[in-house]
Design a binder for this molecule. Structure first.
Ligand code: UFG
Length: 331
């Protein structure tokens, strides 16, 4: 039986595919390649270029393959874009989930691990954030993912589809051997942008705002390594295979780093004197987002291997140095 990875050509999905294969599992990948890269998919995985909103094509994959469980990464995830184009997010993310759950129900596939986000909490009421804290998204991206969580809740009650939602904080890093990594077009995330400044692709990193309510004035995020994140999905699949109830878990390191601290860590990790400038705040950025990931550690037995952002950045730098143009397939 196979695990179906939706969005397996994307940044996190491609790392998930490798970790599943390393765990001895058979893997089928579905990706529409709008954001993902064919070259990111491990050759041992079966690949279908299909959009999850195309019910007929998705059903055919389920007809052909013996699918035991689904891991769902196929979504848009850029917060400012979602504010400008909310319907794009409700279509691809939320409506895509309707199609997926229908196809799963029709093929009697009853397990799904879902890529959710800290953005479902909106402005946090507690730091660190617990899974039981209120979810009040402040942008369409977070709203689209919260709706997807809720849809799975109702699909569980009606059809017995069991789910685990993993709410990621800030994912960074790359496969330590440098074979796959982060390559978004356009790039908006902090670590790859800092590394573009380190490699000379941009002149400097602009740090968005120095007047946040934090110790050094720069906003604080909780960075988690992409391989540790992928490993949590394998544990979540095992949890569902044991017949346990649907659940949601935060995935973060429980430690916060400011933008300035991240730039400093990147200078150490790369040995490059990365230039930085202070710019205005970016709309919609909360002061601090830090996860309480106790539940993932206690219930799933998750033990992240990376607890040092410098080490996380080193793996991303290794990928950047080996692949200065990323996958070089869309440029
Ligand atoms: N930042 C800069 N300069 C840049 C880019 C980012 O200062 O050029 C800052 C941001 O203001 C923020 C931090 O770096 O404080 C991290 O920004 P990212 O864009 O890398 O990540 P976000 O925290 O905005 O969002 C990420 C994911 C979302 C997810 C969120 C949850 O992209 O999908 O984490 O924490 F919802």
């Amino acid at each position: 039986m196979s695990v179906l990875v939706l969005g397996g050509a994307g940044y996190i999905g491609s790392h998930m595919v490798r970790q599943l294969l390393a765990d001895g599992q058979d893997v089928v990948v579905v990706d529409n390649l709008v954001k993902g890269h064919r070259a990111a998919v491990a050759p041992e995985a079966k690949f279908y270029q299909v959009d999850i909103r195309d019910k007929k094509a998705l059903s055919e994959v389920f007809d052909k393959e013996d699918i035991e469980a689904v891991v769902h990464f196929a979504a848009f995830s850029i917060v400012p874009e979602s504010v400008a184009e909310p319907l794009k997010y409700f279509d691809n993310n939320t409506a895509g989930m309707v199609t997926l759950l229908e196809v799963m129900k029709e093929h009697d596939v009853k397990k799904i691990v879902f890529s959710s986000t800290a953005a479902t909490y909106g402005n946090p009421v507690n730091i660190p954030i617990k899974e039981t804290d209120p979810q009040n998204p402040i942008n369409p991206y977070g709203e689209s993912k919260l709706m997807m969580e809720k849809m799975m809740g109702w699909a569980d009650k009606a059809y017995g589809i069991k789910w685990v939602a993993l709410r990621y904080f800030n994912v960074a890093g790359a496969m330590p051997d440098g074979s796959i990594g982060e390559d978004h077009g356009p790039e908006t995330h902090l670590v790859p942008i800092i590394l573009q400044a380190a490699s000379g692709k941009r002149d400097y990193i602009e740090m968005f705002g120095d007047d946040y309510n934090t110790p050094d004035g720069f906003n604080v995020r909780d960075y988690v390594h992409v391989v540790d994140l992928a490993d949590a999905h394998i544990l979540a699949l095992n949890y569902l295979k044991e017949g346990k109830p649907s659940a949601q878990f935060n995935l973060g390191s429980a430690t916060g780093f400011s933008v300035k601290e991240m730039v400093e860590a990147a200078r150490k990790a790369t040995g490059v004197d990365i230039k930085s400038k202070i710019g205005p705040r970016r709309a919609g950025d909360p002061d601090i987002l830090i996860a309480d990931s106790t539940a993932a550690r206690e219930v799933l037995g998750w033990k992240p291997k990376y607890d040092d952002v410098e080490e996380i950045i080193k793996t991303a730098w290794n990928w950047t140095e080996k692949h200065p143009n990323g996958y070089d397939d869309k440029k």
